[in-house]
Design a protein around this ligand. Structure first.
Ligand SMILES: [Zn+2]
Length: 278
Protein backbone atom coordinates (compact mmCIF):
# COMPACT_ATOMS: atom_id res chain seq x y z
CA UNK A 1 0.00 0.00 0.00
CA UNK A 2 1.34 3.49 -0.90
CA UNK A 3 1.06 6.59 1.25
CA UNK A 4 1.77 10.22 0.32
CA UNK A 5 4.96 11.63 1.82
CA UNK A 6 6.02 15.29 1.82
CA UNK A 7 9.79 14.97 2.07
CA UNK A 8 11.49 17.72 4.11
CA UNK A 9 14.05 18.74 1.44
CA UNK A 10 11.24 19.40 -1.05
CA UNK A 11 9.27 21.49 1.44
CA UNK A 12 12.36 23.45 2.51
CA UNK A 13 13.01 24.29 -1.17
CA UNK A 14 9.37 25.37 -1.59
CA UNK A 15 9.52 27.58 1.52
CA UNK A 16 12.73 29.24 0.26
CA UNK A 17 11.10 29.81 -3.15
CA UNK A 18 8.21 31.50 -1.36
CA UNK A 19 10.62 33.86 0.41
CA UNK A 20 10.14 32.14 3.81
CA UNK A 21 13.79 31.31 4.55
CA UNK A 22 13.40 33.31 7.78
CA UNK A 23 10.96 30.67 9.11
CA UNK A 24 13.81 28.17 8.95
CA UNK A 25 16.75 30.28 10.09
CA UNK A 26 15.21 32.36 12.89
CA UNK A 27 16.90 35.51 14.16
CA UNK A 28 20.66 35.76 13.58
CA UNK A 29 21.73 36.58 17.20
CA UNK A 30 19.68 33.66 18.58
CA UNK A 31 21.09 31.36 15.90
CA UNK A 32 24.69 32.33 16.66
CA UNK A 33 24.14 31.75 20.38
CA UNK A 34 22.46 28.40 19.68
CA UNK A 35 25.36 27.02 17.61
CA UNK A 36 27.94 28.42 20.03
CA UNK A 37 26.37 26.46 22.91
CA UNK A 38 25.66 23.32 20.88
CA UNK A 39 29.26 23.10 19.65
CA UNK A 40 30.44 22.80 23.25
CA UNK A 41 28.65 19.43 23.50
CA UNK A 42 28.83 18.27 19.87
CA UNK A 43 32.40 18.64 18.65
CA UNK A 44 31.47 16.97 15.34
CA UNK A 45 29.56 20.17 14.50
CA UNK A 46 32.57 22.47 14.90
CA UNK A 47 32.56 23.30 11.16
CA UNK A 48 28.91 24.43 11.11
CA UNK A 49 28.63 28.01 9.88
CA UNK A 50 26.06 29.75 12.11
CA UNK A 51 25.26 32.23 9.30
CA UNK A 52 24.24 29.47 6.92
CA UNK A 53 22.93 26.66 9.14
CA UNK A 54 19.65 26.01 10.89
CA UNK A 55 18.74 23.31 13.46
CA UNK A 56 15.70 21.12 12.82
CA UNK A 57 13.71 18.69 14.95
CA UNK A 58 11.99 15.51 13.79
CA UNK A 59 9.04 14.38 15.84
CA UNK A 60 6.10 12.05 15.76
CA UNK A 61 2.96 11.36 17.67
CA UNK A 62 -0.01 9.09 17.47
CA UNK A 63 -3.32 10.85 16.85
CA UNK A 64 -6.84 10.04 15.67
CA UNK A 65 -7.52 10.90 12.01
CA UNK A 66 -10.56 9.71 10.04
CA UNK A 67 -11.59 7.82 13.20
CA UNK A 68 -8.53 5.60 13.25
CA UNK A 69 -5.25 5.57 15.16
CA UNK A 70 -2.70 7.31 12.96
CA UNK A 71 1.02 7.99 13.33
CA UNK A 72 1.97 11.50 12.22
CA UNK A 73 5.53 12.49 11.29
CA UNK A 74 6.52 16.16 11.41
CA UNK A 75 9.57 18.35 11.35
CA UNK A 76 10.10 21.85 12.63
CA UNK A 77 12.83 24.48 12.55
CA UNK A 78 13.97 24.87 16.15
CA UNK A 79 14.63 28.62 15.85
CA UNK A 80 11.43 29.43 13.97
CA UNK A 81 10.33 32.87 15.28
CA UNK A 82 6.68 31.72 15.20
CA UNK A 83 7.13 28.55 17.25
CA UNK A 84 3.79 28.94 19.04
CA UNK A 85 1.97 29.08 15.67
CA UNK A 86 1.69 25.47 14.55
CA UNK A 87 0.73 26.28 10.92
CA UNK A 88 3.88 28.36 10.48
CA UNK A 89 6.21 26.10 12.43
CA UNK A 90 5.10 22.43 12.22
CA UNK A 91 5.54 20.83 8.84
CA UNK A 92 3.94 17.49 8.02
CA UNK A 93 5.91 14.64 6.45
CA UNK A 94 3.41 11.79 6.51
CA UNK A 95 0.34 10.41 8.27
CA UNK A 96 0.01 6.66 8.26
CA UNK A 97 -2.72 4.55 9.92
CA UNK A 98 -1.01 2.79 12.82
CA UNK A 99 -2.12 -0.64 11.57
CA UNK A 100 -0.06 -0.15 8.35
CA UNK A 101 2.83 1.45 10.11
CA UNK A 102 6.12 0.19 8.63
CA UNK A 103 8.47 2.43 10.53
CA UNK A 104 11.95 1.72 9.25
CA UNK A 105 10.87 1.52 5.59
CA UNK A 106 9.37 5.03 5.72
CA UNK A 107 12.30 6.28 7.78
CA UNK A 108 14.79 5.31 5.06
CA UNK A 109 13.14 7.88 2.73
CA UNK A 110 12.90 10.52 5.45
CA UNK A 111 16.54 10.05 6.47
CA UNK A 112 17.65 10.32 2.84
CA UNK A 113 15.77 13.61 2.53
CA UNK A 114 17.23 14.97 5.79
CA UNK A 115 20.67 13.90 4.66
CA UNK A 116 20.31 16.04 1.53
CA UNK A 117 19.49 19.04 3.72
CA UNK A 118 22.50 18.59 5.99
CA UNK A 119 25.18 17.37 3.53
CA UNK A 120 24.33 19.14 0.27
CA UNK A 121 22.13 21.93 1.61
CA UNK A 122 19.95 24.24 -0.44
CA UNK A 123 21.62 26.66 -2.85
CA UNK A 124 19.90 30.06 -2.82
CA UNK A 125 20.55 32.70 -5.49
CA UNK A 126 21.59 36.02 -3.97
CA UNK A 127 19.67 38.24 -6.35
CA UNK A 128 16.34 36.41 -6.29
CA UNK A 129 16.46 34.47 -2.98
CA UNK A 130 15.11 31.51 -4.89
CA UNK A 131 16.48 27.98 -4.99
CA UNK A 132 18.95 27.68 -7.86
CA UNK A 133 21.35 24.71 -7.72
CA UNK A 134 23.40 26.09 -10.65
CA UNK A 135 23.97 29.62 -9.41
CA UNK A 136 27.54 30.71 -8.67
CA UNK A 137 26.40 33.95 -7.12
CA UNK A 138 24.59 32.53 -4.13
CA UNK A 139 24.81 30.89 -0.72
CA UNK A 140 24.28 27.30 0.38
CA UNK A 141 22.23 26.83 3.54
CA UNK A 142 22.47 23.61 5.55
CA UNK A 143 19.84 22.16 7.86
CA UNK A 144 20.76 19.71 10.63
CA UNK A 145 18.48 17.47 12.65
CA UNK A 146 19.36 18.31 16.24
CA UNK A 147 16.44 16.76 18.07
CA UNK A 148 14.28 13.63 17.75
CA UNK A 149 11.09 13.90 19.76
CA UNK A 150 7.82 12.12 20.17
CA UNK A 151 5.60 10.00 22.35
CA UNK A 152 6.95 6.72 23.77
CA UNK A 153 5.46 4.69 20.94
CA UNK A 154 7.11 6.85 18.28
CA UNK A 155 10.52 6.82 19.96
CA UNK A 156 10.39 3.06 20.50
CA UNK A 157 9.61 2.43 16.84
CA UNK A 158 11.83 5.06 15.26
CA UNK A 159 14.84 3.92 17.32
CA UNK A 160 14.07 0.15 17.40
CA UNK A 161 14.43 0.48 21.18
CA UNK A 162 15.10 -2.60 23.27
CA UNK A 163 15.33 -0.37 26.37
CA UNK A 164 12.07 1.56 26.78
CA UNK A 165 9.39 2.47 29.26
CA UNK A 166 7.65 -0.90 29.64
CA UNK A 167 10.79 -3.11 29.47
CA UNK A 168 13.01 -4.14 32.40
CA UNK A 169 15.57 -1.53 31.32
CA UNK A 170 13.48 1.60 30.99
CA UNK A 171 15.87 4.24 29.67
CA UNK A 172 17.56 4.52 26.24
CA UNK A 173 20.40 6.53 27.80
CA UNK A 174 21.36 4.44 30.83
CA UNK A 175 20.89 1.02 32.49
CA UNK A 176 18.22 2.10 35.00
CA UNK A 177 15.99 -0.92 35.56
CA UNK A 178 12.62 -1.73 37.05
CA UNK A 179 14.42 -3.98 39.49
CA UNK A 180 12.57 -7.15 38.44
CA UNK A 181 15.70 -8.86 37.10
CA UNK A 182 18.44 -6.32 37.78
CA UNK A 183 17.96 -5.18 41.36
CA UNK A 184 21.17 -3.10 41.79
CA UNK A 185 20.21 -0.80 38.87
CA UNK A 186 16.69 -0.17 40.15
CA UNK A 187 15.65 3.33 39.07
CA UNK A 188 13.94 3.96 42.40
CA UNK A 189 17.42 4.12 43.94
CA UNK A 190 17.83 7.90 43.87
CA UNK A 191 21.02 8.07 45.93
CA UNK A 192 23.93 10.09 44.55
CA UNK A 193 25.97 6.94 43.93
CA UNK A 194 23.13 4.80 42.50
CA UNK A 195 24.77 2.30 40.06
CA UNK A 196 22.60 3.34 37.07
CA UNK A 197 23.94 6.93 37.26
CA UNK A 198 27.45 5.89 36.15
CA UNK A 199 25.99 4.22 33.01
CA UNK A 200 24.46 7.45 31.66
CA UNK A 201 25.57 7.71 27.99
CA UNK A 202 28.43 5.29 28.71
CA UNK A 203 26.44 2.04 28.34
CA UNK A 204 25.67 0.04 25.18
CA UNK A 205 23.28 1.45 22.55
CA UNK A 206 19.58 0.83 23.31
CA UNK A 207 18.78 -1.31 20.24
CA UNK A 208 19.61 -4.71 18.79
CA UNK A 209 18.98 -3.68 15.17
CA UNK A 210 20.46 -0.34 14.16
CA UNK A 211 17.67 2.10 13.18
CA UNK A 212 17.66 4.08 9.92
CA UNK A 213 18.08 7.35 11.80
CA UNK A 214 21.71 6.36 12.58
CA UNK A 215 22.54 7.01 8.91
CA UNK A 216 22.12 10.74 9.54
CA UNK A 217 25.28 12.79 9.36
CA UNK A 218 26.38 13.74 12.88
CA UNK A 219 23.88 11.33 14.44
CA UNK A 220 24.21 11.20 18.20
CA UNK A 221 22.03 9.37 20.75
CA UNK A 222 22.04 12.60 22.78
CA UNK A 223 19.81 14.13 20.11
CA UNK A 224 16.91 12.03 21.36
CA UNK A 225 14.72 14.40 23.34
CA UNK A 226 12.47 13.32 26.17
CA UNK A 227 9.14 15.07 26.54
CA UNK A 228 8.49 16.15 30.12
CA UNK A 229 4.78 15.26 30.10
CA UNK A 230 5.50 11.75 28.84
CA UNK A 231 8.13 11.26 31.55
CA UNK A 232 5.69 12.44 34.21
CA UNK A 233 3.25 9.79 33.04
CA UNK A 234 5.49 6.95 34.24
CA UNK A 235 6.54 5.34 37.49
CA UNK A 236 6.80 7.19 40.77
CA UNK A 237 6.60 10.64 39.09
CA UNK A 238 3.00 9.84 38.06
CA UNK A 239 2.05 8.87 41.64
CA UNK A 240 3.80 11.89 43.11
CA UNK A 241 2.16 14.36 40.71
CA UNK A 242 -1.22 12.61 41.11
CA UNK A 243 -0.93 13.07 44.88
CA UNK A 244 -0.01 16.75 44.49
CA UNK A 245 -2.94 17.32 42.11
CA UNK A 246 -5.36 15.69 44.55
CA UNK A 247 -4.08 17.93 47.33
CA UNK A 248 -4.38 21.08 45.16
CA UNK A 249 -7.94 20.20 44.05
CA UNK A 250 -9.06 19.45 47.63
CA UNK A 251 -7.55 22.68 48.91
CA UNK A 252 -9.53 24.59 46.20
CA UNK A 253 -6.33 25.93 44.58
CA UNK A 254 -8.00 26.11 41.13
CA UNK A 255 -11.11 27.93 42.36
CA UNK A 256 -13.30 27.94 45.48
CA UNK A 257 -16.47 26.57 43.89
CA UNK A 258 -15.07 24.19 41.27
CA UNK A 259 -15.97 20.52 41.37
CA UNK A 260 -13.16 18.01 40.86
CA UNK A 261 -13.69 17.57 37.10
CA UNK A 262 -13.85 21.35 36.52
CA UNK A 263 -10.79 21.92 38.72
CA UNK A 264 -8.78 19.33 36.74
CA UNK A 265 -9.92 20.94 33.46
CA UNK A 266 -8.73 24.29 34.81
CA UNK A 267 -5.38 22.72 35.76
CA UNK A 268 -4.99 21.41 32.19
CA UNK A 269 -5.67 24.88 30.71
CA UNK A 270 -3.11 26.45 33.06
CA UNK A 271 -0.52 23.81 32.21
CA UNK A 272 -0.99 24.41 28.47
CA UNK A 273 -0.43 28.14 28.92
CA UNK A 274 2.66 27.62 31.07
CA UNK A 275 5.15 26.76 28.25
CA UNK A 276 3.69 29.50 26.02
CA UNK A 277 4.35 32.08 28.73
CA UNK A 278 8.00 31.01 28.86
ZN1 LIG B 1 18.51 7.08 32.10
Amino acid sequence: MAWPVLLPHNLVAALVDQGRLNLLLGDAPVRHLYWQKIKMDFTSLSDVDPNLSAPLALYGDECTAFRQATMAFHWQALLNPHSSNSIQSRFLIAMIPSQYYVQQCLMSYIVESLQKLSCFGIRVANDTKRVDPETLDGLTYHFHIMSIRGDWKFLKQILNLSRYATAEYICPFCMASKGLKDIPNNYTDLSDDAPWRSTHFTCSLPWDVEPQICRLQDWDIRKVGMDMLHIWNLGCARDLIGGCMQYLVKSKYFGPRLRQSAALAQATVKLKFWPLAG
